[in-house]
Every structure is written in C-alpha cells, then in structure tokens.
Design a protein around this ligand. Structure first.
Ligand code: KG4
Ligand code: ZN
Length: 336
C-alpha cells in the first residue's frame, strides 16, 4: 500500500461555491456546496458580477467547513485541485486566487482542472469499477459534447453542439414558459404529466452523418409554437410542451450517442453534467444495446468540487502541475 493521498478541491466557475476533500482520488471525505441559485433566481439566470461577489463572501467559510467535516487537517493535504475554466472569469478567479494562496502557504502542488473533465470524473467517484476507455455524453448548462475518453487524461471530442448547450435549451424554454431558473428540473418534472407526442418539434441534424448537435432550432420551434397558440387564443398546455420539447432534445442526444458508440466501438457509455440528472434522458440511454451505462448520482451531476478533486487527482498522477501564474480561461476547451 502506498501513501494515502489527500486532495483539496475548489470549484467556483458559475453559481456554486464548492470545496471538497478526497482520499486517493475516488473517496469523498467531504463535499460542501454553497449554491447561489436562490440569489440568482430573481434575475432569471446567473448574473456574473453577483456570482463573483458571493463566491468571495463564502469561499473561506466553505473551505473551513470542508476541512472540518473531512476528518483531516489542512496540514495533511497533499495537493490542491482547482477549476481554471471554462466558466465566468470573475467567478473562476475567486477560486483560483484562493487556491494559489493556499498552495503557496502550504507549499503543495497546484493542479489546474478543466471543469468539463470534472463532470466526467464525477462518475469515478460513484462507480469504483469504472475505467476508460468509454464514450461520454456531457450535457450541462454551458456544454454539450460527445467525448472519446481514451484514458484518465486523454479526451477526444468527437461531437459538440453547434449553438446552444442542452441545459441552456432547457433553461430558455422554461424561462419562456415562466417556470423559473434553473429550468431543467422543472421541465423534467412537468414532462412526466405531459404527452411527448402532443407537438412535433424537430430533432435537429438527425439525418446527417456527423456527431454534432444543434438545439437553437428546437428552442425557436418551441417559441414559435407558443406564439401561434397564443395568437389563436388557445390555452398553452405547459406539460405537453415540456414533454414534447424534452422528447425531441433527448431523441437527438440518443441518436448521436448511438452513432458515437458505433464509431468508437466502446462498450461503456458514461453520462455527465447537470442535464445528466434528467430522468427521461437516463431512461432513453439505458435502452441503447451493447453498452453498460454509468451516470453519477443526482448530487454529483450538477456543479460540485468532489468531481474537480477526482479529475485533479488523475491530472496529478499524470504529472500536471500549475504555478502561481495560471490564469482563468473562460472558454477553455476540453482536451486543451
Ligand atoms: O453542470 P451544471 O450544474 O452547470 C454547468 O456546468 O453548466 O448544469 C446546470 C444545467 C442547467 O441548465 C439545468 O437546467 C440543468 O443542468 N439541469 C437539468 C436537470 N437538472 C439540472 N436539465 C434537465 N433535467 C434535469 N433534471
Ligand atoms: Zn458544470
């Protein structure tokens, strides 16, 4: 048995101030999240400046709590993993500056982590038997990708959205329907009471021979439908619109995921990101034959620091090291 490695992880890329402590990369000792969702709700979405200020307000408290509840002391920590992109620049800088200061004071390595790699790594925490290679469908508020995960630190993006991310489509449709922010969980719930065949929304790019997605046409189709129903003076059946929109979006995700599996030949399919919490998406992907499906538990789907710690641990094993000059990269791509 080698030495036990303790990772302290910090995530502040959007509207969650999160800190976690992990043992040997896959065991979570503490995972503290201060969510700003309630603060941003009144604005109908995340306000960057408000997010940065709240991260600044909360970060020290969240670090203290993560250390206190982990059972280890700050002096036991071996390295610090921190999200440096993609995300809101001001929000990222709060976590990154804090991580740099701590790494410097404790004299331990700083491991810059790509937030999207973190979403993938959430699955390593939940499934001790999971290892690459696999196909990963990452669907969150800011990203929609199909990735060939070759090993723990090698990612080939084989498909991506050409416009909106899947979660963004959920949020925009929900906002138009007056369902509040974030939209995904509400649309997911209401869809259960609606008829997915009520409105025939388009499934974009399905006939084409590539692995990219497009959701802006679907979003516009929903808006057009709502306008035309209103013009006719008819009532909008919110549950039906939700169910039909969700069915079209999931149909596109499933179709491209099947193609990705066929092309790569991988036998394992992994779901990641905030939209991975969607119950209908999970059910649809579970019907794909010839692959074992993994997804994180709900608590690890949306932003958290435990997933950043897991990704950071594998980056650390692979030799990735940051220094005090690492900057936030708001549009960081996976595989960079
Ligand atoms: O991964 P995440 O926490 O943040 C980003 O990195 O973007 O994802 C947040 C997104 C939001 O768009 C939210 O509406 C969506 O995930 N989401 C869902 C569900 N739960 C969260 N979308 C569909 N169904 C859900 N149950
Ligand atoms: Zn995220």
């Amino acid at each position: 048995m080698g030495k036990t490695i303790y990772t302290l992880a910090i995530e502040s890329s959007c509207d969650e101030t999160a800190v976690a402590v992990l043992e040997n990369g896959r065991k979570v000792l503490s995972n503290v999240i201060f969510s700003q969702i309630d603060i941003h709700k009144s604005f109908g979405g995340v306000v960057p400046e408000v997010a940065s200020r709240n991260h600044l307000d909360k970060i020290s408290e969240v670090i203290d709590e993560a250390i206190r509840t982990s059972g280890v002391s700050l002096g036991d920590i071996d390295h610090l993993a921190v999200t440096y992109g993609p995300g809101l620049v001001g929000a990222l800088l709060v976590g990154l500056s804090t991580a740099k200061a701590l790494a410097y004071a404790l004299d331990i390595p700083l491991i810059p982590v790509n937030h999207i790699e973190g979403h993938i790594a959430a699955n390593y925490i939940a499934h001790p038997d999971l290892k690459p290679p696999f196909v990963c469908l990452i669907v969150s508020g800011g990203h929609s990708h199909l990735v060939d995960v070759v090993d723990y630190t090698t990612f080939n993006v084989i498909g991506r959205t050409r416009d909106d991310a899947a979660g963004e489509a959920f949020d925009k449709v929900a906002r138009t329907l007056g369902l509040g922010y974030p939209g995904g969980p509400v649309v997911d719930r209401l869809s259960k009471e609606g008829n997915p065949k009520a409105v025939a929304f388009p499934m974009a790019m399905m006939t084409e021979d590539h692995l990219d997605f497009s959701f802006s046409g679907l979003k516009s189709a929903v808006l057009n439908h709502l306008n035309s129903v209103k013009m006719k003076g008819e009532a909008i059946v919110v549950a039906d619109v939700c169910a039909s929109f969700q069915a079209a979006l999931i149909g596109a995700l499933k179709g491209k995921t099947e193609l990705a599996i066929k092309r790569t030949g991988h036998k394992t399919l992994v779901l990641a990101g905030g939209v991975a919490a969607n119950s209908a998406l999970r059910e649809a992907l579970a019907t794909i034959e010839g692959v074992t499906l993994y997804h994180p538990p709900l608590s690890l789907c949306t932003d958290n620091a435990a997933m950043i710690g897991a990704a950071g641990y594998y980056r650390w094993l692979a030799g990735t090291r940051g220094d005090l000059y690492v900057n936030a990269v708001p549009n960081l791509k996976i595989g960079d």
